[in-house]
Write a protein that binds this ligand. Structure first.
Ligand code: SAM
Length: 192
């Protein structure tokens, strides 16, 4: 049982785009209540349930408290945009590096669409700074955004760092029409 229906969005994106693999080391940003982390734990084999596959690692962060989950390490009451939190994550990661950054983060919406969009876009940009510090070459980045004027800028920034950047809109998120995800793959691989 998943802690939240949002799990189905990640399952849908991953089944189509294959970002989580056995052995992957994953950072889940805005992880509470923990459904994406539940999906990640299974997909990366962080509990070692499949003994023939490599064992991955999942670290989740949220401003809120996240209930413990077997196979994941959680940093509760922590702001991912804070450099102290980012350094803590780096120290928790077994190699100090990650293969995948997931973000389903959202600020508390004010209802002012442009303002909410801008705030989420700023959070996304701070994750890009984190990706520079922690992502392995070839790594992936998946980030929620609300539609708006900054999307093009963020997409451009991603394109400078990743070979494959696309916008995805899982069917499971249909109800919230402003919500999209940017998926960037192949961090710092030479463009062909
Ligand atoms: N993916 C989660 C799941 O499947 O259980 C649901 C995530 S929920 C839509 C968004 C979360 O982002 C909230 O729990 C919120 O507290 C968190 N969040 C917002 N800003 C944050 C920040 N600066 N640092 C860490 N978490 C943040």
């Amino acid at each position: 049982n998943f802690r939240c229906r949002s799990a189905f969005k990640l399952l849908e994106i991953d089944s189509k785009h294959r970002i989580l693999h056995p052995g992957s080391h994953v950072i889940d940003c805005g992880a509470a209540p923990g459904a994406w982390s539940q999906v990640a734990v299974e997909k990366v084999n962080s509990l070692g349930r499949n003994s023939s596959k490599p064992v991955g690692f999942v670290v989740g962060v949220d401003l809120l408290t996240i209930s413990p989950l077997d196979g994941a390490v959680f940093l509760s009451n922590a702001d991912i945009t804070d450099s102290e939190t980012q350094n803590k994550i780096i120290s928790i990661l077994p190699t100090g590096k990650a293969d995948v950054i997931l973000s389903d983060m959202a600020p508390n919406a004010t209802g002012i669409r442009d303002l909410d969009h801008q705030r989420l876009a700023d959070m996304c940009l701070s994750l890009l700074a984190l990706s520079e510090k922690v992502l392995h070459p070839g790594g992936s980045f998946l980030c929620k955004l609300w539609d708006g004027s900054e999307i093009q800028l963020i997409r451009d920034q991603l394109r400078q760092r990743f070979q494959d950047v696309r916008t995805v809109k899982p069917k499971a998120s249909r109800t919230d029409s402003a919500e999209i995800y940017l998926l960037a793959k192949l961090y710092r691989q030479i463009k062909s």
